[in-house]
Design a protein around this ligand. Structure first.
Ligand SMILES: [Zn+2]
Length: 308
């Protein structure tokens, strides 16, 4: 598994999805870390959400239990076997990540510990239909907080807002093994992350990518796509891709592509039509970030270069 090359960004979007993916089967990735794939393939989730289990002994944690599919929840319970689940930890509260937390808690008695429920702004909800509004954690982790379990094992929260405001990655420290970071949707192994305002924030997302540049994680285990072993090189690629996209958007606005549909049509030629809303969201996220930095200006739905 670890020898798989991470798929490159947007070029895999729109292709067919594997039908023989190993759904509801526990795959061991390395000592103490296993993976279960949920049967929720889509243009946004690739072949499905990957739930990880971590723990080398009698206790374990579950990261991103996934969508509430009975087959998937049963597979997680079976993977635990006699072991005690000390925490059900969600990276964020999109519907393909957190809903199974409730069923898994009901089945095992394990607590939901990790990201915060989505906060609402006073001006209105930041959430849309993609959010799991029923998520209720028993304990919220802040950056650096840890879940200690087993014989010296720990899962440590790394705050990585951007994809969503409540996104956490989790660093696993095993007894002996270390350096694995569960990256949720912050860094994915098959595609670039979708950042959609108002909850998604491109400035925060870039800062959170740069935060991982300062770490020395050995491997990223994303919720979608293959493990990433060339972590620093991969991050440089992601950051470079976003900077190119930003440059392209500034150029297109300068050429008179004044609204988001016009920018998407130019910047994402041949895009799977099902992904146009996500592309529009990402362009919007870039424009808001550029506006904050004084580079573009909005007037209703239209955008122009800010001239000083
Ligand atoms: Zn997500």
């Amino acid at each position: 598994m670890l020898s798989e090359r991470p798929l490159r960004g947007e070029d895999v979007r729109g292709r067919g999805f594997a039908v023989d993916a190993p759904y509801a089967i526990l795959e061991t990735l390395e000592p103490g870390i296993g993976r279960l794939l949920a049967r929720n393939p889509s243009p946004y989730t690739y072949i499905g959400t990957q739930t990880y289990v971590a723990g080398a002994g009698a206790e374990m944690v579950v990261i991103d239990p996934g969508p509430d599919i009975p087959e998937h929840v049963a597979a997680i319970v079976a993977a635990a076997g006699e072991r005690r689940i000390v925490a059900i930890a969600c990276t964020h509260t999109h519907r393909d990540h957190s809903p199974a937390a409730r069923s898994l808690k009901a089945a095992t008695g394990a607590p939901i510990i990790g990201c915060a429920a989505l906060s609402l702004e006073s001006v209105g909800p930041r959430a849309d239909a993609s959010f799991d509004g029923d998520y209720m954690p028993d304990r919220v982790l802040a950056d650096g907080d840890s879940i200690d379990f087993g014989d010296g094992e720990a899962l440590v929260a790394v705050a990585t807002p951007g994809h969503t405001s409540n996104h956490l990655c989790y660093s696993y420290r095993g007894n002996g093994a270390g350096g694995a970071l569960f990256t949720g949707d912050h860094v994915m192994g098959w595609s670039t992350t979708v950042v959609v305002p108002p909850d998604g924030d491109m400035g925060c997302f870039m800062a959170s990518l740069n935060l991982l540049r300062k770490r020395d994680d050995r491997v990223f285990y994303p919720a979608h796509g293959a493990p990433v072993t060339n972590t620093q090189q991969f991050l440089r690629g992601l950051i470079g891709h976003r900077m190119q996209r930003e440059k392209q958007i500034v150029r297109l606005v300068g050429e008179g592509k004044a609204d988001i549909p016009a920018i998407v049509a130019s910047a994402y030629p041949g895009l799977d039509p099902r992904l146009i809303p996500a592309a529009g969201g990402s362009v919007w996220a870039h424009l808001l970030d550029l506006e904050r930095r004084g580079m573009v200006r909005s007037n209703g739905e239209t955008w122009t270069i800010a001239r000083t």
